[in-house]
Design a protein around this ligand. Structure first.
Ligand code: ATP
Ligand code: MG
Length: 305
C-alpha cells in the first residue's frame, strides 16, 4: 500500500537535521506511530519521481538492525519519507554520561550486522554512519537509519559544508577537496563506525571543535593526525577493535566479517546485556540534566533582573 499526507496526523517534532525536520506522525488507517522526515528540495516533478523510485528499494531493507521504511511521497518541492518511530530517539541524545563497555558492545554488534546486511544483501554503502543515525527503542532495539539509497537524492542535497562534526574517513576528506567522490568504499563506513564508538564512550565528538582554530584545522587533524582511541579504562579487546576500524589507510581497516569475529563482539554474544534498563537510565540522566539547565537559566534570569 502507499502512504499519503491525508492519512497522517501530525504530532511532536522529533528533531532537526541539516536537510529538514523529523516529526512524529500517526498513520490513521493502521494506527501505527511513524517518524516522518521532510526534505525540502527545489526540483521538478520528474526528478522527484526519480527519487521516489530509487527510494523504493528501501522496502527490501528488512532486517532487525534496520529501521523499517513505510513509504515516501512528495508535495510541491518537499519529499516526505515515513519510517518506523523509535521511541528512545537517537544515540547522540543517550550517550552524554558515556556508554559502558557491555552496552557499547551490544550497540556495535547491531551496527556491524546492519551494515553488513546492507552491503551483502542490497549492495548499499551507508555513507552516513554516526550516532544521530543509530536509533533506539525503550524495549532495547538498536537500528540504523538514513543510509544512502538514492543517488539522485544525494546529488540534490548539495552538500554545501561538511559541517563541524565530520565522521568522514581521511580518504574521503582528501577526495572531497579534490572533487573526487569516487573514493567512497565500504571501508569508509568502518572508519565512521570506529569514530562513533569513541563518541559513545566519551559522550562527545572525538575532535571537539573548540580545540581547533577552524574547520580546516580540524579536518587536517583527521587527515594527518594519529587516529583517536578508546579511553584506557576500556578493555584491550575493545580498544583493539576500535583501532582496527580507525586505520588511516582504508585497505588496512577490518572487514565486517573480521569485526564480527573479533574477540570484542564474540564476548558480546556470550553475555547478557540489559539495553532496555540502560536506555531508561540514559533517558533519566538526560531529563535530569535538562531540568538542571533550565533551573540554572531561571536563576541567572532572576539575578540579572
Ligand atoms: P544530519 O542532518 O546531519 O544527518 P541528523 O541525523 O540528526 O543529522 P535527521 O536525520 O534529520 O538529522 O534527524 C533529526 C533528529 O530526529 C535525529 O537526531 C533523531 O533524534 C530524530 N529522529 C530521526 N529519525 C527518527 C525516528 N525514526 N524515530 C525517532 N526519532 C528520529
Ligand atoms: Mg539522521
Amino acid at each position: 500500500f502507499s502512504i499519503n499526507m491525508s492519512q497522517l496526523q501530525l504530532e511532536d517534532e522529533l528533531g532537526k537535521g541539516a536537510y529538514g525536520t523529523v516529526r512524529k506522525v500517526l498513520h490513521k488507517p493502521t494506527n501505527v506511530a511513524m517518524a516522518m522526515k521532510e526534505i525540502r528540495l527545489e526540483l521538478d516533478d520528474s526528478k522527484l519521481n526519480a527519487i521516489l523510485m530509487e527510494l523504493d528499494i528501501l522496502h527490501r531493507a528488512v532486517a532487525p538492525e534496520i529501521v523499517e521504511f513505510y513509504g515516501a511521497f512528495f508535495i510541491e518541492s518537499c519529499v516526505y519519507y515515513c519510517m518506523e518511530y523509535m521511541d528512545a530517539g537517537s544515540l547522540d541524545k543517550l550517550q552524554a554520561a558515556g556508554v559502558p563497555e557491555d552496552v557499547l558492545g551490544r550497540i556495535t554488534g547491531a551496527m556491524v550486522r546492519g551494515l553488513k546486511f546492507l552491503k551483502d544483501e542490497l549492495q548499499i554503502i551507508h555513507r552516513d554512519v554516526k550516532p544521530t543515525n543509530v536509533l533506539v527503542s525503550r524495549r532495547g532495539g538498536i537500528k540504523l537509519c538514513d543510509f544512502g539509497v538514492s543517488g539522485q537524492l544525494e546529488k540534490s542535497l548539495a552538500k554545501t559544508n561538511i559541517g563541524c562534526q565530520s565522521y568522514m574517513a581521511p580518504e574521503r576528506i582528501k577526495g572531497e577537496s579534490q572533487n573526487n567522490i569516487g573514493t567512497y568504499t565500504v571501508s569508509s563506513d568502518v572508519w565512521s563506525l570506529g569514530l562513533s564508538m569513541i563518541e559513545m564512550a566519551i559522550g562527545r565528538y572525538p575532535y571537539p571543535p573548540e580545540t581547533y582554530a577552524n574547520v580546516f584545522a580540524q579536518l587536517t587533524a583527521i587527515v594527518h593526525g594519529d587516529p583517536p582511541e578508546l579511553p584506557e579504562h576500556y578493555s584491550d579487546d575493545s580498544r583493539d577493535f576500535v583501532a582496527r576500524c580507525l586505520h588511516k589507510v582504508p585497505e588496512l581497516r577490518a572487514t565486517y566479517a573480521e569485526l564480527l569475529d573479533h574477540p570484542f563482539l564474540r564476548a558480546d554474544r556470550k553475555r547478557s546485556v540489559d539495553i532496555a534498563k540502560w536506555v531508561e537510565e540514559a533517558l533519566e540522566h538526560r531529563d535530569r540534566k535538562m531540568a538542571e539547565e533550565r533551573q540554572a537559566k531561571m536563576l541567572q534570569d532572576t539575578v540579572s533582573a
